[in-house]
Design a protein. Structure first.
Length: 614
């Protein structure tokens, strides 16, 4: 969704804003803009130059290259339209009536209509349709010579969510950031500072990052940032060190970030497990380090997530139930937040979110916490909102994921959930030492097995080529194959725009089978599992309706030899490992179908990397 960058320092701001906006593109957006406070020439008054584009960042960069504003303070934005179409006027930054205050915003000002009416009645004029535009006007209305005080007063009136970067041309050495339920960080350099909606924007510049808390304001001057509340109370800044590096956020010779990130999956699986697992299957998480007695009290596990993370949650549900014998349920966080669910303080709520910022997931987490559940966030982003709001965190350590479609973080989520399931199984005494050792062996073999699938990319690309002409797809599986089928369908539809559905093998004949004919292929997950034979029967039912079948089967299994249209052989592994390997195959399949069709796989239309609005 929207991205924010701000700069104050002793270098030229514009090239830094341009580069950072390119890095923010992956979040998904439709228009972009920057405001730079220009250095005065020959005694002229300071002036702020605004450059916007109703199109992509490259168009903005062309405009800036043609007419480069020179200054040391500036803000930039990529906009993902909520209020008002993606037009030039609606693109950020927005300004006040006098053109002195400049604001970029992520989030939604829920009471903007009421505030706008009030400000209009007082004579303010609003050229755009955005909710954001009330912010500079509200600051203007509260301005009595102290910009920071006016910002605080204005923000006290706002309901909704915001991450903001702002400056006033009357204060050429002050860059202000503020947040409420939307992430914002301040990057700390030597005599230079950045404000950004996410770390990816600033990793080339600094690894020291101040993470702003809810309802906090950062006033950044050449002396550094000062953090305070809306009431002006000073807050001790929380500074974290980020271990991501620049190379991870570049394509490194691959055509797309998504492909690069799939190729990083062997490492993603290894990193999620590194240092956390002993030979005897004893699991420890540094940031979720509860005494075993506390975990022994857990009677239910609630897994919350959205999209791909919800599919990981379903895998977690099945594995925790199976290995640990604890009732587990995966829930769509956006639905859960509006329910009155029954559970209590013996519940562990596991929040699955690669970004750590998904609005629905964060609210569901609050809901679970309010009802007394213990909580842990499984996330890729250090000090993200989910990590901070939950009682503990399990970090994926996958490095930045730039492709909008989650790939490496999904397999890292699965690996982390397997460790969590093992931990719960161990403290609940539900798994023998022997079985634990078997599982440890299986998990340790997983990175190499993932590499084995990635190495077969050409074979998968050939299949993708053959199937890329179809307009519809069904993905079917049972057991762990069911969430994998859901994920396979999601991956294909989001990056290729081909209609694809995921179903359980059993559910298929309760309706969806009516769709099947020779034009509607089914990707059937038939690898070894307790329900493999049932799935094989389902494939027979599918073939009887003339639908082409691409079956994922375990090497040596010949039961579909003359039945399936195509088969892709998988190694014989634990069912949990299979879920990861099958996913990798389906991700590559989706990638190659989408690239064959010429789609923009890294930034699919209408999608955003981090969905920070409800
Ligand atoms: C799909 C995808 C999304 C995200 C969902 C939740 O490829 O990436 O479905 O999984 O938006 O995002 P996070 O994990 O950041 O909470």
């Amino acid at each position: 969704m929207c991205g924010i960058i701000g700069y104050l320092g002793d270098r030229e701001a514009t090239p830094i804003l341009m580069e950072s906006l390119k890095r923010l593109e992956y979040r998904g957006y439709d228009s972009a803009g920057v405001a730079v406070l220009e250095l005065p020439h020959n005694g002229d008054a300071t002036r702020t130059s605004i450059t916007k584009s109703e199109k992509k960042v490259d168009t903005l960069i062309e405009k800036l290259n043609a007419n480069m504003p020179s200054g040391r303070l500036g803000i930039g934005h990529t906009r993902w339209a909520t209020h008002g179409k993606p037009t030039y006027i609606n693109a950020h930054p927005h300004t006040d009536c006098k053109g002195k205050i400049f604001v970029v915003h992520n989030g939604i000002i829920e009471n903007f209509a009421e505030l706008k009416a009030e400000l209009q009645a007082a004579g303010h004029e609003f050229p755009s349709d955005t909710d954001t535009e009330v912010v500079p006007h509200l600051i203007e209305a509260n301005y009595k010579g102290d910009f920071l005080a006016a910002v605080r007063a204005a923000l006290k009136r706002i309901r909704g969510t915001y991450a903001l970067a702002m400056f006033s041309s009357d204060d050429p050495e002050l860059l202000v950031g503020a947040r409420l339920n939307a992430p914002l960080v301040v990057g700390l350099g030597d005599n230079e500072y950045w404000i950004a909606s996410d770390i990816t924007a600033i990793i080339p510049y600094t690894k020291r990052v101040l993470v702003l808390g809810e309802g906090e304001v950062a006033a950044v001057t050449p002396l550094g940032p000062e953090v305070s509340t809306l009431d002006g109370k000073t807050v001790k800044p929380k500074i974290v060190h980020v271990d991501w590096d620049v190379a991870q956020a570049q394509k490194g010779g691959f055509d797309h970030f998504m492909l690069k990130e799939i190729h990083e999956e062997p490492d993603a699986v290894a990193n999620a497990m590194r240092g956390r697992l002993t030979d005897d299957g004893v699991v420890s998480f540094r940031e979720f380090d509860l005494p075993d007695d506390d975990l022994r009290r857990i009677r239910e596990v609630l897994l919350l997530g959205m999209g791909t993370s919800l599919h990981a949650a379903i895998v977690g549900e099945l594995v925790i139930e199976d290995w640990a014998g604890i009732p587990a349920r995966a829930e769509d966080a956006s639905e859960f937040r509006y329910r009155r669910p029954t559970f209590g303080d013996k519940t562990l709520s596991v929040v699955i979110t690669q970004s750590g910022e998904t609005a629905d997931t964060l609210v569901a987490l609050q809901q679970a916490k309010c009802r007394g559940a213990l909580s842990v966030a499984v996330t890729n982003v250090i000090a993200s909102s989910a990590a901070r709001d939950a009682d503990g965190a399990i970090y994926l350590h996958s490095g930045p994921e730039i492709g909008v479609a989650s790939t490496k973080t999904f397999v890292a989520h699965l690996s982390s959930l397997y460790l969590l399931a093992m931990k719960l199984a161990t403290v609940h005494g539900r798994v023998s030492l022997e079985r634990r050792r078997e599982l440890v062996e299986a998990l340790r073999a997983l990175p190499d097995q993932v590499q084995g699938i990635v190495d077969r990319e050409k074979e998968i690309a050939k299949l993708a080529d053959k199937y890329s002409g179809y307009k519809n797809f069904m993905f079917a599986g049972r057991g762990l194959g069911f969430p994998v089928a859901l994920e396979g369908a999601l991956k294909l539809k989001e990056i290729s725009y081909i209609h694809a559905e995921g179903t359980s093998g059993g559910e298929l004949k309760h309706g969806a089978i009516a769709l099947l004919d020779e034009s509607f292929p089914v990707v059937a997950i038939c690898t070894d599992s307790p329900t493999r034979e049932k799935m094989v029967s389902n494939v027979h039912e599918i073939v009887a309706r003339n639908a082409p079948v691409l079956a994922l089967v375990t090497k040596g299994d010949h039961s579909l030899d003359d039945v399936a249209t195509d088969m892709f052989e998988m190694p014989a592994v634990e069912e949990a490992s299979s879920a990861v390997l099958n996913t990798v195959m389906l991700q590559l399949f989706a990638y190659h179908v989408a690239t064959k069709l010429g789609q923009d796989v890294d930034q699919p239309r209408n999608l955003a990397k981090s969905v920070t609005v409800e």
